[in-house]
Design a protein around this ligand. Structure first.
Ligand code: SF4
Length: 283
């Protein structure tokens, strides 16, 4: 963990803690998984890749690539070649299932870009933005940052089957951090955050104000303080379950480290790498 000198508090210099929203939410979800992911070196070997992550990555990469094309090449017709460029077969049950999802990925991206205006140049695509709040330096990479009527909008693509609600946009720590960080990095106001659900074409949005953004940033800073304390304990030789307790939940079924975690293994049965796609196939 890199630390930098930061603001003065109570006469003592604070050390800025650098974190992404993903790091902070990993700590909240499960301190043991946090240790596996960010502190143990080398980390425990992960399980096999998840097919739903493969689909998500391909769709994200294809959309980013679409925006990076010269204006005249941003067409619907180019989508199959973009998906082909980024396609991988990792995690699928067999070639038939991989083929089905490759077609679905093309359909998803095609439908989505058919609703876009290729002249509507985003301010950022997969843009890294950052902001310092209290003792924490927060950064993250945003799928897309639009500029509409002089204000910025954070756009986050979703490819899972989970139907989204306004509450998902409102309560997301990551989206709030991105909005504050976009304001800081791109020097234009950003309060609106949007989740674009590609399988359904639905968009859910939330309009933050300074108060709600500050509340999220304060929360991020408080979680970061816990992470900093845990990191220090680890570097002092404490990798105990008291400091990094397992937090078994249904999420264990998707944890990359479940085979190294007796509590998580006991909480959920084994899942095939393609299990995340099964429900969508049934639908
Ligand atoms: S399997 Fe569950 S309890 Fe174990 S590390 Fe992963 S998320 Fe935590």
């Amino acid at each position: 963990m890199t630390v930098m000198s930061g603001p003065i508090l109570d006469g003592m210099p604070r050390r800025l803690y650098r974190a992404t929203p993903t790091r902070l939410t990993t700590w909240l979800d499960c301190p043991r998984r946090y240790r596996f992911s960010y502190l143990d070196r080398p980390p425990p070997p992960k399980g096999p890749p998840w097919a739903h992550n493969t689909v998500g990555a391909v769709v994200h990469n294809a959309l980013a690539a679409w925006w990076r094309l010269p204006r005249q090449e941003r067409t619907v017709a180019v989508v199959p070649s973009l998906v082909a460029e980024y396609w991988g077969d990792e995690g699928f049950r067999d070639a038939e299932q991989a083929g089905l999802w490759r077609t679905r990925a093309v359909d998803m991206v095609t439908r989505y870009v058919s609703g876009l205006d290729p002249d509507d140049e985003p301010r950022g695509v997969e843009r890294t933005v950052g902001v310092v709040h209290e003792g924490t330096s927060l950064s993250g990479r945003v799928d897309r940052i639009d500029e509409r009527d002089g204000v910025l909008v954070v756009v986050d693509y979703k490819t899972g089957r989970h139907v989204l609600s306004t509450d998902d946009a409102r309560s997301s720590l990551a989206l709030a951090v991105y909005a504050a960080a976009a304001t800081r990095t791109l020097r234009a106001p950003c309060h609106r955050v949007e989740l674009h659900h590609l399988p359904s074409g639905e968009v859910v949005a939330w309009e933050h104000d300074e108060r709600t953004l500050t509340r999220h940033l304060d929360r991020a800073d408080a979680i970061a303080a816990e992470c900093a304390e845990a990191d220090q304990a680890f570097h002092d030789g404490d990798a105990s379950d008291e400091t990094f307790p397992p937090r078994p939940s249904p999420l264990c079924g998707w944890c990359d480290y479940v085979r190294h975690c007796p509590e998580g293994s006991a909480a959920v049965g084994p899942r095939a790498p393609w299990a995340g796609l099964a429900a969508q196939e049934a639908g």
